[in-house]
Ligand binder design. Structure first.
Ligand SMILES: *[C@@H]1O[C@H](CO)[C@@H](O)[C@H](O)[C@H]1NC(C)=O
Ligand SMILES: *[C@@H]1O[C@H](CO)[C@@H](O)[C@H](O)[C@H]1NC(C)=O
Ligand SMILES: *[C@@H]1O[C@H](CO)[C@@H](O)[C@H](O)[C@H]1NC(C)=O
Ligand SMILES: *[C@@H]1O[C@H](CO)[C@@H](O)[C@H](O)[C@H]1NC(C)=O
Ligand SMILES: *[C@@H]1O[C@H](CO)[C@@H](O)[C@H](O)[C@H]1NC(C)=O
Length: 948
């Protein structure tokens, strides 16, 4: 080391060092060793004396002669992890210090082949080569190998080499990696006639040179420069003569060189004339040399190397140029038929060699750049071009070039060979060159070496593709815990395997990670099939329970079937080892009445099988049965109510004479045992009220003979008192609107059936309830005449700011009762307790404020009005512009004259009397009969612009 620091500057041109590093980094700590070994390549004069020459291991060194070049290859396997240096032995036994400049000057190249084996080349005209008559050449090199940086311990292997080279062409040019060399026959005066004027202009100077002394004249753009050959070495050149030849060796890019372009290819050119003067003879030789410094281009699939056919600085009389032979070689060996592996094309201007990436002789190498996997292809080529021209007769032009492609990304892919029926993932990860190895494979976050993966029961193995690349195969069973399972579609499982491959890539063993996910969807879930049946009062559905709770939930409409639903709906849920059985009573919530007639009720009960994760309905289990029942009430989603009222009185009554509150509503069918009514909640005097989260419609079936209301004078009648209160409960949240009834809509739970109740109130049932139901309706009039009113269910539209006319009517035959409006308000919603209210009346008084004006209209007897006291009419005019729908809500009281038989109960105020306190707040018992009524909606729209 210390010796090196003293001034040994050589070794490999810095641009080739990385490849040495790569070669060395095969071994741990290799990078450092590389630099050290390069420095130790410098030859130390002192070391040579104690050298012990040993026999080299067989195969360690291979040498050959390529034309005029010694070609040596060392085996990298033997040198792996070791330090080595190379010495050149001078025929006289001495050694010379070699540095970078010297290597180029002496005709040496130290490099490596594409496989990383160190390569040494030397020109037969190089320094320290023994030359016998320009025919037989010998050179001895010593290779010193040490396992430590201290080369004093190194083993020295000595290799004498011999090459015969003959005949020489009159001019031979070699373009090496680090030098250009031209040698010419010295007995040929070789100044081109074509250009003689240029050369002759130099003659006055030439004639001044000393006898026996060679001189060199460089011609460069900066002018002519004349030097003694003894000074050439100082400028990096090597000039000498042999028995019959003169040669000049020049490094690339010397001061005297010039960058030229020949047919589009950059060339480095040193134009020179060598001069030798004897007494009677002036010898002038053109020793110009020109070599390509570029000419490669790349595509994804091929390398193209282009050279000029004619190099103008070398062929001064181009019209006499004849190309004689072009041959190509790889790694110092000629290729007999290059067209088999490459394309070699040439014409008057260019020679072009196209090498497919991956062609034999070159090396494909894997690597990783910026996390991307890719390849680099390298090849060492040489080209020999022999041409003739009038000046030189023959020129042999040899170029030695190593070419590497830039990084070519090759994204590996995961090939899915899974056969779902085998229930095993089978994936191949590829394709890779042989220099890639699998380090770990992470399955389910656990990194495993291939061997550990085998222990876990996975199959990991390498496969080779027909084209020589390889892949890594992995087999993981679907049922492995690391495989993600997801229930998808109706009956399928999606299996997902997530893996992360970690590879060692290329000779540099660069790490590379590649995550992958493979999916497979398999129909392997069996859907349960339910069985339905009925008894006299219930419907049943039996659902198999295997897998049930793993994937699904059961729903009744929008409600999950659970203990709460079961209890609140009066179902019964039982489970045995195989099935879950839901028992649903005929009139329970959730029953769908498909047909309700006098003779029978056809019912259905649906249970939806929903996915537990997405709540998507997969299947609807249904049971459907017919029942005969003499007493029932069915409240349809569209507001239709069907009631079968049983005959329960003694003596019996004529069921044909029963009626609803509106006495025009008679049974649709009847016999001695029952009467069958069908009506809509908006008709037949049905009233509505709110209770909790339910809206309750109420009507009453009674026997016609009875006198209503109860305050009429008592009469003796043969008929028993028959009263049946009919109640329909609808959940408020899903309440249907009077105006938005869509019948015959498929009822898959939306909107729901209400549930009904019948309460018999007759002497027979033994108790009489005091509750009363008011038959009140509220409607919107077309104008202030109150002659025409909008039919219920009709869309009512009013321009903004115009008055709206409301009428509230007590439907009753009793002349002596009065209808009073207590509080009326308007809102956008039909909800009883909706906010954003506009007060219309308060305690029976018209309300006036900044927002609205209310005005009562007198009512007199007319075609529509029999008892004016049963009517209230009012006009409401909004003073603020308002758009959208509005409803009128009113609380009402029905009062009778104070002298009535049960006058106390029925007497009340209710007429507008601003001085009076609010009535019926805490008065006991009731002050009159109270009720609630709703009108609307009325759609308020922007007024049409008037056209004048
Ligand atoms: C020229 O070649 C001769 C014979 O090989 C050699 O002795 C001499 O040193 C060489 N001169 C130079 C300057 O290399
Ligand atoms: C000669 O070959 C080169 C490269 O293949 C091509 O670009 C050029 O056009 C050719 N010239 C002639 C005259 O055919
Ligand atoms: C050229 O190709 C042939 C056949 O493809 C192959 O056998 C031979 O080894 C190749 N030669 C070189 C030098 O690449
Ligand atoms: C080699 O074969 C594999 C598998 O068929 C393919 O994926 C890959 O692309 C091939 N490689 C080349 C360089 O043709
Ligand atoms: C893998 O192959 C299986 C079987 O052919 C196929 O069902 C699945 O969709 C494939 N998965 C992917 C991710 O390509």
């Amino acid at each position: 080391m210390a010796a090196c620091q003293r001034g040994c500057a050589f070794a490999i041109p810095s641009h080739s060092c990385p490849s040495w590093e790569r070669w060395q980094s095969m071994e741990a700590a290799g990078r450092l060793l590389c630099r050290v070994s390069l420095l130790l390549l410098c030859l130390q004069p002192g070391l040579g004396r104690t050298r012990v020459v040993q026999a080299a291991p067989p195969g360690f060194m291979e040498s050959s002669c390529l034309a005029s070049i010694f070609w040596v290859k060392l085996d990298k396997l033997f040198l792996q992890g070791k330090f080595f240096s190379l010495e050149i032995v001078d025929p006289s036994g001495g050694t010379v210090l070699v540095d970078e400049m010297l290597a180029a000057r002496c005709g040496y190249v130290l490099s490596e082949d594409v496989w990383g084996n160190p390569i040494f080349r030397a020109s037969v005209l190089g320094c320290h080569v023994a030359n016998e008559a320009d025919r037989l050449f010998s050179l001895t090199i010593n290779i010193k190998v040490s396992s430590s940086p201290d080369m004093r311990q190194a083993a020295t292997y000595s290799f004498p080499m011999y090459c015969t080279y003959s005949p020489w062409a009159p001019r031979e040019i070699v373009c090496e990696e680090n030098y250009m060399e031209v040698s010419v026959k010295s007995d040929v005066p070789a100044i081109s006639d074509y250009d003689s004027a240029t050369w002759m202009s130099a003659l006055p100077e030439v004639q001044k040179v000393q006898y026996q002394v060679w001189q060199l004249i460089f011609l460069s753009p900066s002018g002519r420069k004349k030097i003694m050959v003894s000074n050439a070495a100082k400028l990096g050149y090597s000039f000498n003569n042999t028995l019959a030849r003169v040669f000049l060796r020049a490094p690339y890019s010397s001061n005297e060189s010039e960058l030229t372009v020949a047919n589009g290819v950059s060339m480095n050119t040193v134009s020179s004339t060598s001069m030798y003067k004897q007494r009677w003879l002036l010898l002038l030789i053109d020793t110009t040399v020109s070599c390509p410094v570029d000419g490669t281009s790349f595509t994804d699939t091929a390398i193209t190397w282009t050279l000029p056919s004619i190099i103008p600085t070398l062929v001064l009389q181009g019209d006499t140029f004849i190309s004689k032979n072009i041959s190509v070689g790889v790694d110092g060996k000629n290729i007999a038929h290059p067209e088999q592996n490459f394309t070699l094309e040439h014409n008057k201007t260019h020679i072009q060699i196209t090498i497919p990436i991956g062609a034999a002789g070159g090396r494909l190498k894997s690597t990783v750049a910026n996390g991307v996997h890719g390849i680099i292809y390298s090849i060492n080529l040489f080209l020999e071009h022999i041409w003739a021209d009038v000046d030189w007769h023959l020129t042999k032009y040899t170029v030695i070039k190593s070419i590497s492609t830039p990084f070519i990304p090759r994204i590996p892919t995961v090939i899915n060979n899974t056969i779902p029926e085998k229930r095993t993932f089978d994936v191949t990860f590829g394709s890779f060159l042989p220099d890639v190895s699998l380090v770990t494979i992470t399955i389910g976050n656990v990194p495993l070496s291939p061997r550990e993966a085998e222990h876990h029961g996975y199959k990991v193995y390498e496969i080779t593709f027909p084209n020589g690349t390889k892949g890594f195969n992995l087999e993981v069973p679907f049922d492995d815990p690391t495989v993600l399972k997801e229930y998808v579609n109706r009956n399928e499982t999606k299996y997902t395997l997530r893996v992360n491959y970690t590879l060692n890539v290329g000779p540099e063993m660069k790490p590379y990670n590649h995550p992958a996910a493979v999916e497979c969807v398999l129909a392997d879930i069996e859907l349960p099939e339910a069985v339905g049946y009925c008894d006299k009062e219930n419907l049943y559905l039996a659902v198999p329970i295997s897998n049930l709770h793993q994937y699904w939930s059961l729903y009744i409409g929008n409600k999950l079937l659970n203990q709460h639903t079961v209890l609140s709906n009066r179902y019964l849920l039982t489970t045995n080892s195989t099935h879950l059985v839901v028992q649903v009573p005929l009139f329970a919530v959730g029953i769908i009445y498909e047909e309700v007639s006098f003779q029978r009720i056809k019912t259905r009960f649906d249970l939806a099988l929903r996915k537990a994760n997405t709540l998507e309905t997969i299947e609807i289990f249904s049971v459907s049965c017919n029942f005969n029942s003499s007493a029932f009430i069915v409240c349809y989603p569209n507001g239709t109510v069907t009631v079968s009222a049983p005959m329960k009185t003694i003596p019996s009554i004529d069921m044909g004479k029963t009626k609803l509150k509106d006495s025009t509503c008679k049974p649709k069918e009847f016999n001695e045992e029952q009467a069958f009514f069908q009506f809509h909640v908006s008709t037949c005097g049905t009233s509505l009220k709110f209770e909790g989260d339910h809206i309750i419609y109420e009507n009453e079936i009674s026997y016609e003979k009875e006198i209503l209301p109860a305050w009429g004078p008592p009469r003796i009648t043969r008929d028993p008192d028959y009263r049946l209160t009919v109640l329909c409960y609808y959940p408020t949240k899903e309440r249907l609107m009077h105006t938005a009834i869509v019948s015959n809509r498929p009822t898959n739970g939306h909107p729901p059936f209400g549930y009904g109740r019948m309460m018999v109130r007759s002497h027979v049932t033994g108790h009489r309830k005091t509750r009363q139901i008011l038959n009140i309706i509220s409607r919107v009039s077309k104008d202030e005449s109150f002659l025409e009113l909008y039919e219920p269910n009709l869309t009512i539209v009013k321009p903004s700011l115009e008055p709206i006319f409301f009428e509230v009517e007590l439907k009753d035959e009793e002349p002596s009762v009065d209808l009073h409006l207590n509080n009326c308000w308007m809102t956008g919603s039909s909800e009883f307790n909706s906010t954003s209210q506009w007060i219309i009346t308060m305690d029976g008084c018209e309300n006036r404020n900044n927002e609205s004006v209310t005005e009562f209209y007198p009512v007199s007897v007319s075609r529509r009005v029999k008892y004016p006291a049963h009517f209230k009419r009012l006009a409401v005019r909004m003073l603020v512009p308002l758009l959208g729908q509005v409803h009128l809500h009113c609380t009402v009281t029905v009062c009778s004259p104070p002298k009535g038989p049960i006058g106390n109960i029925w007497t009340c105020g209710g007429q507008c009397d601003p001085t009076r306190k609010r009535i019926d707040q805490n008065s006991e018992p009731y002050s009159g009969l109270r009720g609630y009524v709703l009108a609307g909606p009325v759609w308020i729209v922007a007024p049409e612009p008037t056209v004048d």
